[in-house]
Design a protein around this ligand. Sequence first.
Ligand code: ADP
Length: 627
Amino acid sequence: MVYDIELACAGLVFMIVLFVFLRIQYDRKSESTLVLTKLLLFLIIADTVDIITCYTISFPNMVPVWLNYVLNILYFEFSVICISLFPKYIDKIIGRYKSSFYVVEKFNKYIIWSYAVICATTPFTHSIFYFDSEMKYTHGSLYLLIYLLPMYFMIYSLIELNQYKKHFRRRQFVSIIGFVLCAISGPVLQMTIPGNKIIDFFMLSLASFIAVIGLETPDFVRLQNTLEELELHKEMLENASRAKSDFLANMSHEIRTPINAILGMNELITRESNEDNILSYSSNISDSGTTLLGLINDILDFSKIEAGRMELALADYKLSVLIREVYHLLKMRFDAKGLAFEVSVNSDIPDNLYGDEVRIRQILVNILTNALKYTDSGSVKLDVSYEKTNDDSITLIFTSTDTGIGIKEENLSHLFESFKRIDMKHNRKREGTGLGLSITKSFIDMMEGHIDVTSEYGKGSVFTIKIPQLVNSEETIGEFEVSSAPVKKKKYVATFKAPNARILVVDDVMMNLIVFKGLLKQTQITIDTVTSGSDCLEKIKRTPYDIIFLDHMMPEMDGIETLKYMKFNKEHVNQDTPVIMLTANAIIGAKDEYLKAGFNNYISKPVKSSELEAMIKSYLPASKLED
Ligand code: ADP
């Protein structure tokens, strides 16, 4: 039998042209172009070997039988490579959208390798072909696999393509389908058309042509390259952003630790000194320390917002109490700067509300602190009013009006950008991070509220904030008054005494232990201190304590590990003693994690003396408390 190889030759020439075209067409090749080029190379080789074997089969005496076997096996093995490259090409086209198809892919690889082995061993098994006694080329029992396998892979690719079709533009999708159908029709026609024409390589050259003009055109390749680069950059940016948030959170933690010592020591000076000039120095330390703490808290808040870990804490609260607190917190600072600070409140506003009181207070303090910071003379006024939205909800409206330096029209749109400080020529001396308004806006957005700014440069600014809140009861705020007399700081007196109580404090920073003891001096509690987890475990063996305070970050054994050992090892006398986490880690969600780890409660550094006393009081047995 003599094979008709005209179409195979035409296909060969066509594929060589396409191969050369692909090689010279693009400087930068996408992954799919590389696979298609490779596929074309192997198709050219397989087609060439096929044409040669057509001769050696037709005229078997031309070459020795072993060479005929070798040539035919080579043809089958190159075909196997082509069969495996077809789905790989489709894979590269849809690759970026692909979820996992792992099991099937493994199975497919297994099929390909098995088939390659079957082809290689055919001289011994006669499974694919053999030469009979008259040297006639005869098909073996598994011969049809050469057609069935590519059909299987193409159908598999079609099913896969169907899943991802929404990702493709029309031209691309039609081209891929054309490519697959053309490739599939090669073996189908070869199998079904009688005669001895070699058709399949011609169809495969057509399939490759469709891929070149439909999928590997410069625009699509460029798009693919751009997408690949974008993906890479996106990943890099995400990593960088995560690293930044972690860095900010860690830094603020590290900075809070020494601030704890500074503010704590200063509190002790305030309590123990009666000299006016010392008290005035310590008051300055307290102001600057509190400002520094505010900045650190801003950075911490910012990193929490960035990392998506900021959550609202909703609860019942009284609006009148909130406004009064904000007023008293800031009044002294306005007085010190010689600015008038007025608060006017609509008497009809419902007083009992439900929302995140802490965040609203933070918003007001941010806005009013800015008004104070950016006003050199005149006044700042806070108006509080409301709009009723329905029976049980209102929109609170806070308006801060200042007679400060104002904001230029062109800067208004940049006000809420993170780390953006504007008009630096005039503002260099005013401390800030450029985070306050960005955090404020994030809080307002979280509460589905709105902030609006109008300003006249050189004259002053008006910030209007609207926040929806739920109403708990009809009771209104009434005539609202805040005493304008300067609030005098009262001399500290402990809220209770407990001379029979004994507590243990564990912290690796000596200074923190001194502050802790100093803050509780008036309570007369006996306070033992140790600087490591292992010392703590030693201490609790024989001495019973009423409360144990454990720092989190300690070298060697941290607070959480120490607690684990305490719970695990039963040979100590503090099985039921409450253990409280004492940490500079103020990240939202941290408290829950500590409670989950087995702590009874959590107190954050810098420790506020009033908070600390309240916490101790709640855990001490009543019999040990003396008012
Ligand atoms: P910071 O005050 O730390 O710089 P903010 O985010 O609170 O950062 O404010 C951003 C910028 O907006 C400030 O740098 C300041 O220029 C401007 N700004 C904010 N509030 C006022 C105000 N009441 N009057 C004038 N400028 C203001």
